[in-house]
Design a protein around this ligand. Structure first.
Ligand code: R5P
Length: 315
């Protein structure tokens, strides 16, 4: 393990600490600050020549600041002659901009993949990408982890009976199907229409939810609109307890306020994005993906297969 070095950017130091602790590896020293005009200034403060380097940085809000910090750290590591550089991106931003769905719009997810590669990433390790096909935007190896087992462990302790797994939109069917299989539960789908980036409307519910306990599963909660509207429709359709498991808690704008007033009993998110003090709520529980990332990093370092980490979600 003496060739393995873990660095952390400023986006999620707690998760990086947890990963290093699990691996029993001391974090590499890095200096990162801003020049007076806001430009990012970093310096790798130890020798990384010939090392297998993992840089942990979620591209969560402030998205562009965190992305840029990751890019300059990659550039510094590459110029410092690291043998291999893995960008560990627990939350990969811009993944929802993955196709040209209107005239004259960018495919920003592809642009970000290009930027990471040009900056120096030799491989990428990430979690629950918004769309699996974003993997194909990279011409370098990408290992894709799933939070399903971490959520499964959490929810089996709660032991929800008569369970139905619900996807809050048609795009999430694959993910929800994986959860339904894992939890040996029924599956239902909310047919949602997004009117603006901030608001959604439920059209229909496909599947039986009356008298059942619901677990809504999704990759991202941003404004909370998809989740809260889905919960309202599910309650009206006769659902009993409504919980949610959503990997990335972006929780932008008034998402927490909406959640607190909603029909959701509670929401479990992961620590792919740190939960700030002002976003804490009795309804939000955080489960850690630190152990999952530590396992994956160890396996990558020793050139072992990592597919055992997501055997339960062959999609
Ligand atoms: C959409 O396709 C995603 O899977 C999420 O459902 C969506 O990004 C959530 O956004 P919001 O919380 O703003 O409704």
């Amino acid at each position: 393990m003496d060739k393995l070095v873990i660095f952390s950017g400023n986006s999620n130091p707690k998760l990086a600490e947890r990963i290093s602790k699990d691996l029993n590896v001391k974090q590499g020293k890095i200096y990162s600050s801003n020049f007076s005009d806001g430009e990012i200034r970093v310096k790798i403060e130890e020798n990384v020549r010939g090392k297998d380097v993992f840089i942990i940085q979620s591209t969560c809000p402030p998205v562009n600041e965190n992305l840029m910090e990751l890019l300059v750290i990659l550039d510094a590591l590459r110029r410092a002659s690291a043998a291999r550089i893995t960008a560990v991106i627990p939350y990969f931003a811009y993944a929802r901009q993955d196709r040209k769905d209107q005239p004259r719009v960018p495919i920003t997810a592809k642009l970000v993949a290009n930027l990471l590669t040009v900056a120096g990433a030799g491989r990428v390790l990430t979690l629950d990408l918004h769309a699996g096909q974003v993997q194909g935007f990279f011409d370098i190896p990408l290992d894709h982890l799933y939070a399903i087992d971490v959520f499964f462990q959490y929810f089996t302790k709660i032991n929800m009976k008569d369970l139905v797994i619900v996807s809050p939109d048609v795009g999430g069917i694959k993910m929800a199907r994986g959860y339904a299989k894992k939890f040996s539960a029924d599956l239902a789908i909310v047919d949602k229409r997004r009117n603006t980036p901030e608001s959604t409307e439920v059209m229909h519910i496909l599947g039986e939810v009356r008298g059942k306990n619901v677990l809504l599963v999704d990759d991202i909660i941003a404004t909370g609109s998809s989740l809260v509207e889905a919960a309202k429709a599910l309650k009206e359709a006769g659902a009993k307890k409504i919980c949610a498991a959503i990997t990335h808690g972006v929780l932008s704008n008034s998402a927490v306020e909406k959640l607190d007033k909603s029909h959701i009993d509670f929401l479990a998110i992961t620590d792919s994005i740190p939960l700030s003090e002002e976003k804490k709520s009795k309804k939000i529980k955080v489960v850690s993906v630190g152990g999952l990332f530590a396992d994956a990093i160890k396996r990558i370092h020793f050139e072992q297969s990592i597919s055992v980490l997501f055997d339960s979600i062959r999609r």
